[in-house]
Design a protein around this ligand. Structure first.
Ligand code: SF4
Length: 531
């Protein structure tokens, strides 16, 4: 549904989504191999707000990961709306500055402003919390506003959240879906667990709220028609409500069958999903191919210390193997710099990577997000450090240089070309072969898709097979996967490995920042506007 507020005026609204800091999880080195991809995932939250605005209000949507908002965009707007995470803080502030330079009011919302409104003293309006009564009040204020407001910043806090089953479909019509590495969809909000470092329970609650299956299926329809081939469920934990997930999955299976499996699906879920093989079976039948699990550390005492014992309901390696058995690859988050770490922890993580054969790992240095139990504990202990130039705000128990050295050692071992291609070889033998042969969606054989596919293969063969320093490993992987007719898996393994290898090399050369949850120290360059 749209806002129930009936506006008296017409307001031009410019929605701007800020740049991400480059990270292992943004896959930006892969884009040029895929041809036409410009950004990672469509921003669900801001697209949702765009869809909720009064129908009579014109909306422009700019994702600065794709191309920058121009001065003309800012001049056109009566108000600018921005949303983002802490990691995007500097970019949010930069958008605010550019909007103000054009005399336009700025409203900031989303997870960063909701968790820490005080980070945005320059914004004219701050929207705290999820979409709901605060959104209606903000719309009402914008309706009566000409130019920037006078006086103090106004903060609107949602008391009454809009139930997810009343969410409008995000305004996908405002973006070009093929510009994105992955399309995105949301099913639930909130997580029942209380991992010490995580701000999700505080921001979105512990009692998951849900869309109904019909909403999800309608969104998949829209994404399919828009050209999506892969979709990521952005829920923080797909099985936050295990029964609801189990109820949704048969709808996804039916939808995929009806359309001849146009989508490959990925999600985030806690590792205890491996205990529910019925759900894994349905996920396989629904076209799920990847699950991101926040494994964080292979050390049980560390998991207990961070209140993440849900990872220990099965031995971790057994859980990974069970998920692989259903054709799904595990992607893992790993944290370095925990209080329980010792100088040997890096070696144990590297051994875990070898044993689990997980190809993709986001290996981050611990960062304390505000309003988390971790932040509270460290602040009480005087262990929050905000000095410029530090890679994390945590005063680690191990020496700072030891922690950064452990991080470098782990990413070097994980993303050495032979190591990652070796892990993909394992996936070929133990995971991919457990996937059904999904029927060929005829849309994939449309001339523009065939041309795009030929372009992707040509770029992979030329750039990775001829020009890269790891071409021998590439050709071994190509022979193995293409020889088995696994074309999709070949492309996925090649483009993902390329990003991880290149990004790890940049990290080791000292370029990006090792704590990808921290607000970036610098402004990442905004891509040039399209001609
Ligand atoms: S399971 Fe995931 S989303 Fe839930 S509290 Fe832990 S880290 Fe956060």
């Amino acid at each position: 549904m749209r806002t129930p507020y009936s506006p008296a005026t017409i307001r031009n609204i410019l929605c701007v989504f800020p740049r991400y800091t480059p990270s292992f999880g943004t896959f930006h080195h892969s884009y040029s191999l895929l041809g036409g991809v410009r950004a990672f995932m469509p921003p669900q939250g801001l697209l949702l707000i765009a869809a909720y605005l009064p129908e009579s209000w014109p909306v422009r949507f700019v994702d600065e990961n794709r191309s920058p908002a121009t001065t003309e965009d800012f001049r056109w707007a009566d108000a600018v709306m921005v949303s983002g995470m802490h990691v995007q803080q500097r970019h949010i502030q930069d958008i605010t500055r550019r909007a103000h330079a054009c005399g336009k009011p700025v409203a900031i919302g989303g997870p960063s402003a909701s968790g820490c409104p005080e980070m945005y003293p320059d914004a004219d309006f701050v929207h705290v919390g999820e979409i709901g009564d605060a959104t209606d009040r903000l719309i009402e204020i914008l309706d009566g506003l000409a130019g920037r407001p006078e006086g103090l910043q106004q903060v609107f806090t949602t008391q009454d959240r809009l139930p997810l089953n009343q969410f409008p479909m995000p305004a996908y019509e405002l973006i070009s879906i093929p510009d994105y590495f992955l399309a995105s969809v949301q099913f639930s909000s909130g997580c029942p667990f209380t991992c010490e470092f995580c701000d999700i329970p505080a921001l979105y609650g512990r009692n998951p709220r849900l869309k109904n299956p019909e909403q999800v299926v309608a969104e998949l329809d829209r994404l399919r028609i828009g050209g999506a081939q892969s979709v990521y469920f952005v829920d923080d934990n797909f099985i936050a409500n295990p029964k609801a997930a189990a109820d949704l999955l048969p709808h996804l299976v039916t939808w995929q069958k009806r359309h001849r499996y146009p989508l490959r699906i990925a999600c985030e879920a806690t590792l205890n999903i491996a205990k529910n093989e019925k759900t894994l079976e349905l996920m396989r039948d629904a076209g799920f191919v990847t699950i991101f699990c926040g494994i964080e550390t292979p050390e049980p005492e560390a998991l207990h210390a961070m209140s993440k014992s849900q990872n220990l309901r099965l031995p971790i390696l057994d859980a990974v193997e069970t998920i692989n058995k259903y054709g799904m690859e595990v992607v893992s988050g790993i944290i370095i710099g925990l209080d329980t770490d010792t100088p040997d922890s890096a070696d144990r993580i590297i051994e875990f990577i070898r044993a689990s054969q997980i190809p993709i790992l986001t290996i981050n240095v611990l960062y304390a997000l505000p309003k988390t139990p971790l932040w509270d504990r460290l602040e009480r202990a005087g262990r929050i450090r905000n000095e410029e130039g530090r890679e994390s705000n945590v005063d680690f128990l191990l020496p700072y240089d030891t922690v950064l050295g452990m991080w470098r050692k782990c990413i070097e071992a994980a993303y050495e070309p032979r190591a990652i291609y070796g892990r993909y070889a394992y996936q070929q033998r133990h995971t991919f072969r457990n996937r059904p042969w999904y029927p060929m969606d005829p849309r994939r054989l449309a001339p523009h898709n065939v041309r795009r596919g030929i372009g992707i293969f040509a770029r992979l063969f030329w750039r990775l097979g001829v020009r890269s320093s790891y071409r021998a490993d590439f050709w071994r992987m190509a022979a193995r996967t293409l020889g088995r007719g696994r074309f999709e898996e070949f492309v996925q393994s090649a483009v993902v490995s390329h990003h991880l290898i290149e990004f790890a090399r940049q990290c080791l050369a000292g370029m990006p920042e090792p704590s990808f949850y921290a607000p970036s120290r610098t402004l990442a360059p905004v891509p040039a506007a399209e001609a």
